[in-house]
Ligand binder design. Sequence first.
Ligand SMILES: Cc1cc2nc3c(=O)[nH]c(=O)nc-3n(C[C@H](O)[C@H](O)[C@H](O)COP(=O)(O)OP(=O)(O)OC[C@H]3O[C@@H](n4cnc5c(N)ncnc54)[C@H](O)[C@@H]3O)c2cc1C
Length: 418
Amino acid sequence: MGRLSTSVDVAVIGAGPYGLSLAAHLRARGVEHRIFGEPMGPWKHNMPRGMLLKSYPWATSLSDPGSEFTVKSFCTERAMPYHDVLTPLTLDRFIEYGEAFRMRYVPAVESKVLTALETADGGLRASFDDGETINARRIVVAVGLQPFEHLPQDAAHLPAELCSHSGKYGSLEALDGKEVVVVGSGSSATDLAALLHERGISVALVARARQLRFANRPHNRSSIERAMAPLSGIGPGWTLGAYAKYPQLIRLLSKERRIKIANHEALGPLGGAFVRDRVVGKVPTLLATSLQSTETRNGKAVLNLVDAGHAKQSLQADHVIFATGYKIDVSRLGFVNQALLRNIRLEEGAPQLSSHYETSVPGLHFIGPAAANSFGPVCRFVYGTYHPARTLAQHLSSILVRSRPAVQVRPFDRTVLP
Ligand SMILES: Cc1cc2nc3c(=O)[nH]c(=O)nc-3n(C[C@H](O)[C@H](O)[C@H](O)COP(=O)(O)OP(=O)(O)OC[C@H]3O[C@@H](n4cnc5c(N)ncnc54)[C@H](O)[C@@H]3O)c2cc1C
């Protein structure tokens, strides 16, 4: 395959909510750019079919330049049922919305994979799986959570066919007829447990937590409730509200404080509000139970467990799903060249970012969940797209030569649907 080399002002790597939102703003500002990745890829392939989104529908809109194309306007246009908080958004509906957003604002996504990123000629050079190499003045990495799946060390003792990370599903078909154990207590664990059980698959849940926690079921709130704990885009309460609204202020805090807020303080493992009744009393659950070791016996996975009273037991399964979350670690991004990696200042594996989401390598930016240690927990939600989309697009348009006249982004045409 011949190697093609081109140049561009901005290359956006990733076409999930963060990449698409940024590209929509860059396009509206006439900043020359290209965007790569599978549109809404992880939502299509790495989240279980039938999942309900945990975030409120009103807080799950991508960011467009006119703040017009919300989930609400999308559903209203198509006469689909919608409520800001009382009814959850389904995964399928959110993917449809993301596709409609892309067709409207980001028509030219290139579905290819970045394989190498390095510094070159005073800029950055990106190579892709089709052989194309691009010299870019700015690269914005928006690859989401998928590259950062976290598995407990003990999982390494199990062969790949007997265990997987929750981020591998997608379709649950491959698990039909098997006995499955899900390890974890957050939303991925409880979502999978509910969906597997409802599919007729024998499933048990094992969690270190003393009890499973679920978000409160949404209801019409009294004015006192609203005053005591206003709803923010990432959950109820004044503190979460501040984190959601002022990510730029979090960056000014000490490193220790920022990391604590991003990873421990704001959001512990929490199941979705609509999943509680589908799991509690239905899926056998071992709480306050830790994994000590794993082994393989007669072709099955064996989990050796210990509970809070130090009692030991073993659980056997055809397959174990580790719903054990994600840990940002830039060194795990296979495309980052070693010399470049050495120059990216990291804080517990995540890039330390400037107010313009720029790493210590000039021209290299990260947005989305990888920015949470700098800008707080809102970066782990779709709701957080508004901040980098606006501030970074504005910054890039102010520093880069405008090579093309601004595309007129027309207001939402209410008679024409994509
Ligand atoms: C099970 C689950 C449920 C969730 N539910 C919610 C929810 O209800 N509400 C909410 O706000 N958030 C939720 N989240 C968090 C959500 O994943 C993030 O908020 C959001 O996806 C981040 O968007 P993103 O654009 O950064 O990344 P993603 O949506 O993950 O998109 C990543 C993009 O990068 C591309 N990419 C990756 N690697 C490369 C490469 N090497 N080259 C080119 N392209 C690449 C992919 O193809 C894709 O286009 C959930 C997460 C999980 C795991």
